[in-house]
Design a binder for this molecule. Structure first.
Ligand code: PLP
Length: 398
């Protein structure tokens, strides 16, 4: 294995027998992150309380809130728990949401609001087409009762990077509030409240910060957290209560995922050493570029044209070739040490490959080489997609 950068080979393969996870979280973590979990922590103890304080401080620094208007509230559970907590805590019971949907995670937000009994509209763009500022402006003009707009930053189900800045400007101009699911983007893509005004956003431990699963976190304006008192439908998902107890005692309400927090602090150190958001973003973009160039050279094509490709995860069309079978493709790649991800498009068959995690472009090149071998083994001599896929691709232009 060739070290990617520097003398200390930071991208050694995972422990023996472990495949690379080319998935959007859980993802491949560094040996140091895994090692950080080899110790038990008392949740009430001062050492762990200091760890929690450091976690909150570091996440706010990544968010880039230099004015001190925002606070960070970590919450046990997977990312979806944090999304539900954000919706239930920041959307008043008599509020109304406009959800911008272009994939599974946007749909999940609508489903969650249904459980919460909150009024909501959606603009549903289908599998991957991006919501645009003009249609959001029109929807906000049409219904003055809409109080909040909810946007998925990077829609991980297709990999599209949604036009956050454009939407945020419209929402602010129309005097509404913005809630962001930045689960798969925070830490790798800029989300500075001074440039993109928002009420609250969520992400989780096992995405671009490269920790292990166990908790999510909300970053929200302090005034909004204060205003959320008594609003949540759920005790365990009450952001205000979690925040108030953390402010008072330095502790999480209820058992924290201590080992996941320890791993996350190590992941944060590595994020900083890499150059923060800019460094991480550059590595992921290089991963994507190596992946996309290599796959196109084999005949594959991406769902999205280059302007819309995120450095997070890329959707490829299945080849039209009759000998291509996704299950076999998956198994043969797994046997070579790479776990990929099935697609989520409803119109054409596809699969996804993540660019995030403790991986570099040398590893992405090894993956492309493995894909080439696997195609040969399957007898697929042309990876070009069917014409239906290319028609689909033509729907989205810059
Ligand atoms: C990963 C992810 C989530 C949360 O998923 P969990 O499985 O609950 O961790 C939510 N939104 C987006 C955009 C995601 O990528």
């Amino acid at each position: 294995m060739t070290p990617a950068s520097g003398a200390n080979a930071p991208f050694d393969p995972p422990a023996q027998g472990e495949p690379y996870l080319l998935t959007p979280g859980p993802l491949t973590t560094s040996a140091e992150v895994k090692t950080a979990m080899l110790k038990d922590w008392g949740s009430w103890d001062g050492d762990f309380r200091a760890m929690t304080a450091e976690l909150r401080r570091h996440l706010l620094a990544i968010a880039g809130d230099s004015e001190g208007y925002y606070d960070c509230v970590p919450l046990q559970g997977s990312g979806t728990f944090a999304v539900e907590a954000m919706l239930g805590s920041f959307l008043p019971r008599d509020g109304k949401a406009l959800v911008l949907v272009n994939g599974a995670y946007g749909q999940r937000i609508v489903q969650t609001l249904g459980y919460l009994g909150r009024a909501c509209w959606m603009i549903d763009k289908g599998d991957y087409l991006p919501p645009r500022g003009a249609e959001v402006a029109a929807a906000l003009d049409a219904d003055p009762a809409i109080s909040h707009v909810v946007l998925v930053h990077c829609e991980t189900s297709s990999g599209i990077l949604n036009p956050l800045q454009e939407i945020a400007e419209v929402v602010a101009a129309k005097g509404r509030k913005l809630l962001i699911d930045s689960m798969s983007a925070f830490g790798a893509l800029d989300l500075n409240p001074e440039e993109v005004p928002y009420t609250a956003m969520v992400s989780s431990a096992n995405k671009c910060i490269e920790g292990v699963p166990g908790f999510g976190f909300v970053i929200a304006r302090k005034t909004e957290i204060e205003a959320a008192k008594g609003r949540s439908h759920s005790l365990s998902l009450d952001i205000h209560d979690q925040w108030a107890v953390m402010e008072k005692t330095g502790q999480w309400r209820y058992t924290p995922p201590t080992h996941a927090v320890a791993a996350f602090l190590q992941a944060l150190k590595q994020h900083e050493a890499e150059g923060g958001v800019a460094g991480r973003s550059a590595r992921y973009a290089a991963n994507r570029d190596t992946l996309v160039a290599g796959m196109r050279a084999l005949g594959f094509e991406t769902l999205l044209q280059d302007d819309w490709l995120s450095p997070i995860i890329v959707t490829f069309f299945n080849p039209a070739h009759p000998k291509f079978d996704f299950k076999r493709f998956y198994d043969l790649l797994k046997a070579r040490g790479f776990i990929i991800y099935p697609g989520k498009l409803t119109v054409v068959d596809s699969f996804r490959i993540g660019c995030i995690g403790h991986l570099d472009s040398a590893i992405m090149q090894q993956l492309v080489d493995a894909v080439s071998e696997v195609l040969k083994e399957m007898g697929v001599d042309d990876a070009a997609p069917p014409s239906a896929a290319m028609n689909e691709r033509a729907k989205l232009v810059a």
